[in-house]
Design a binder for this molecule. Structure first.
Ligand code: NDP
Ligand code: HSE
Length: 407
């Protein structure tokens, strides 16, 4: 028997209890031990709920109970999650968490404490919701140096973009629905402005490259400025807009970014819709590997957390080595990255065609019926820096979006 305690009975926490209740028999067989939820910690009371008899409001009850071997942190936020997790590890209890904010900020320290105490700090659900990606990086993709990670890493924003594009919803309706079904962060700004995806790419890159990627140093743009008109242009170009996170090794330099991109219909990420996420990982010898599944949501995320509980139960007195040093991985500026850009300009192409061609060389002009009085153009691949410098020379620019593949 392994006693566990669940900190937080919200979307993910209630999912963890439900999955263990529903699938207890097979989970116990796969763990080789019986998993028992001894406590659930939350701020609220849940009268009549299944957890009422095991609900506690004082974390010290859990900390001071030597029978609790695994603590499941699904409260979110940095504090008091960090304090509770650190105390649990120092007390010799393994921790499983879905909290990417905590992992991105304190991952190397918490892993080191777990290592010193011969226990585990596991965080499969912190990236990609129900998609197995952390464990594959740590175990299945160790034969070959990883050179690139790229993907759709946030379920809420992919859901919003899809509903705006395909169902014609406005932004507010799409966000409100994502919140009501439990996809969004407590403060959805983290989703919409790209911060959540930035923490996730930092976690993946830190594991892939073995050194700590400081998420606060990653260039980040969210989707709050994307409009339905942008989507119509993307459609006319044969693509769709997706919020992508990436980290790439080129020579000795590492580049990381989170931003909206127009993804061509020939690209595998084009078809990743709604709350689904997908992550490409490229190794020198293995080539491309892609992971796909629900990027958020109660039960998919809970399944990832429970998979960590099973792993922790299988390794109660054995640390599963994780390669994530506290030494910082220095990121190169984004100015040198080369890609095509789509820009929107007010007026008609005839007004400034010569100027645009003189500035950017070969470009493709595009107009849509739904946006009279403006046009767009697509550049050949240029560096970010030269695009930023040159676009200032064009009058009436309304916006720009990067292109992921040749359209
Ligand atoms: P919720 O807000 O639904 O649940 C958090 C729960 O923890 C709430 O019941 C909250 O109580 C409780 N809580 C907060 N602070 C404390 C505290 N100090 N002591 C006790 N209980 C506390 O969040 P989610 O379940 O959606 O997310 C949890 C974590 O999982 C976050 O880190 C999130 O980023 C991550 N995650 C979420 C996914 C999702 O799809 N929702 C997917 C992947 C990861 P109260 O409501 O009363 O404040
Ligand atoms: N808010 C997050 C998302 C939850 O939408 O992707 C999963 O990490």
């Amino acid at each position: 028997m392994v006693n566990i305690a669940v900190l937080g009975y919200g979307t993910v926490g209630s999912g963890v209890v439900e999955v263990i209740d529903r699938n207890g028999g097979s989970i116990n067989m796969k763990s080789g031990r019986d998993i028992r939820i001894k406590y659930v910690l939350d701020l609220r009371d849940f009268p009549g709920d299944r957890v009422e008899p095991i609900l506690v409001h004082d974390f010290d009850v859990i900390l001071n109970d030597p029978e609790v071997k695994i603590v499941v942190e699904v409260m979110g936020g940095v504090e008091p999650a960090y304090t509770f997790v650190k105390k649990s590890l120092l007390a010799g209890k393994s921790v499983c968490t879905s909290n990417k904010e905590l992992v991105a900020k304190h991952g190397p320290e918490l892993i080191a404490i777990a290592r010193e105490h011969n226990i585990n700090f596991l965080f499969e659900a912190s990236v990609g919701g129900g998609i197995p990606v952390i464990r594959p990086i740590n175990s299945s993709l160790t034969a070959d140096p990883i050179v690139e990670i790229r993907g759709i890493l946030n379920g809420t924003t992919n859901y919003i973009l899809t509903q705006m594009d395909v169902a014609g919803w406005d932004f507010d309706k799409a966000l409100a629905t994502a919140q009501s079904v439990g996809y969004a962060e407590r403060n959805p700004e983290a989703d919409i402005e790209g911060y959540d995806a930035t923490r996730k790419i930092a976690i993946l890159a830190s594991l892939a490259f073995g050194r700590n990627v400081d998420y606060e140093k990653i260039y980040t743009e969210g989707i709050s400025k994307i409009t339905v008109t942008d989507m119509l242009y993307a459609k006319k170009l044969g693509g769709a807009i997706k919020l992508l996170g990436s980290c790439t090794k080129q020579g000795d330099s590492y580049y990381a970014m989170v931003a909206p991109f127009i993804v061509g219909s020939d690209h595998p990420l084009y078809a990743v819709s709604g709350v689904y996420n997908a992550i490409f990982i490229r190794g020198d010898a293995i080539g491309n590997v892609m992971f796909y599944g629900s990027g958020a949501g109660k039960l998919p995320t809970a399944c990832a957390v429970v998979s960590d509980i099973v792993d922790a139960a299988k390794h109660l007195d054995k640390h599963i080595y994780t390669f994530w040093s506290p030494e910082e991985l220095t990121l190169a500026g984004t100015g040198g990255a080369v890609r095509s850009f789509f820009a929107r300009v007010s007026g008609s192409p005839a007004d400034c065609e010569a100027e645009i061609k003189e500035t950017f060389g070969s470009v493709r002009f595009i107009q849509i019926d739904e946006a009279p009085g403006e046009f767009g153009f697509v550049t050949d691949p240029v560096t970010e820096q030269s695009f930023d410098e040159n676009i200032k020379k064009i009058p009436g620019v309304l916006g720009r979006i990067r292109l992921e593949s040749s359209i």
